[in-house]
Design a protein around this ligand. Structure first.
Ligand code: HSE
Length: 301
């Protein structure tokens, strides 16, 4: 028995909701091909598209380590054997939930091969453990949308309480990945532990406004609300040309612009495709002029 699973890239934080909001895109994404073997144990047979950066050791690779945790939880470690081929279609350390997509694909694959003993909600804690292994912190705002699709809210972490939010029909995300490496681990260390109450009030007003706008497809409200006063001011320092990119995006008529996850990818959210496409074209042209290579992706939210 064998199965092939695709899991999508995700835009964590959705600009204003650090660690609690995220959405999935159509592409890029990672694939896992998993095959049952006669002998028990989890092995990684091959990894493509990682430039040799990911470990093949099943205890060190996040995908296999999570599959092993899952099997141990079900008491099947001594019975079930699988081999994994991981096919990465997106860059590592890009802020697009690269490790999450692989982990989610791996866990979904093993759960499918075994006849779905766990629900998606029950798979989620294993996905979060994968994030902890990958970057030292178990945030769920990449794995939740990668597994559930659409826009997800992590209402709480202990216990995990994940809610799917409505997706307005015309919401489009234009993403640019400037090819510089910003590991999530480093980008998290920069963040201040304490925030000013005044800024917290602005931020939770924005989060409530965004959620309300998603329920009513109120694009003006969505636009006003997608602003991050807590994290972006510090993190954007790691991203080359951030303020110029923002200016270009806003001139193109997008609803909002910000960092995707922990960066360096940036995201422009628009109503319909046109503004987002214009924004990412302008941003790429500018980065080119600066000698910075980049990739762009356009997708429905
Ligand atoms: N919420 C996480 C962060 C997402 O911003 O660090 C990382 O992709």
């Amino acid at each position: 028995k064998e199965v092939r699973v695709f899991a999508p890239a995700t835009v964590a934080n959705m600009i204003c909701g650090f660690d609690i909001l995220g959405f999935a895109v159509d592409h890029p994404g990672d694939e896992v091909f998993m095959e049952r073997k006669a002998e028990p144990g989890v092995t990684i047979r091959s990894i493509q598209g990682d430039d040799g950066r990911l470990p093949l050791d099943p205890d060190k690779n996040t995908v296999s380590a999570c599959v092993k945790m899952y099997l141990a939880h079900l008491g099947l470690s001594e019975e079930v054997g699988v081999s994994i081929d991981l096919i990465k279609h997106m860059p590592i350390g890009s802020g697009l939930g690269s490790s999450s997509a692989s982990t989610v694909a791996g866990l979904f694959a093993i759960n499918t091969l075994l006849g779905e003993p766990l629900t998606k909600a029950e798979l989620m804690p294993f996905c979060v453990e994968g994030e902890r292994l990958a970057c030292g912190h178990g945030h769920a705002d990449n794995v939740a949308p990668a597994l559930m699709g659409g826009i997800t809210l992590i209402r709480g972490y202990e216990p995990l309480d994940i809610i799917n939010l409505p997706v307005p029909e015309d919401l489009v995300a234009g993403i640019v990945f400037p090819q510089v490496d910003v590991p999530t681990r480093d980008a998290r260390q920069l963040i201040k532990e304490k925030v000013a109450l005044k800024d917290a009030v602005t931020q939770w007003g924005n989060i409530a406004g965004l959620v309300s706008g998603l329920f009513t497809s109120d694009y003006d409200l969505i636009s006003r609300s997608m602003e991050d006063v807590l994290i972006e001011p510090t993190r954007s320092i790691l991203i080359p040309e951030f303020e110029v990119m923002r200016q270009l995006a806003l001139e193109a008529g997008v609803l909002s612009f910000g960092i995707s996850g922990s960066g360096p990818s940036v995201v422009a959210i628009s109503k319909g495709k046109e503004a987002a496409q214009k924004a990412i074209d302008a941003i790429q042209a500018h980065l080119n002029q600066q000698g910075i290579e980049s990739f762009q992706y356009l997708s429905a939210v």
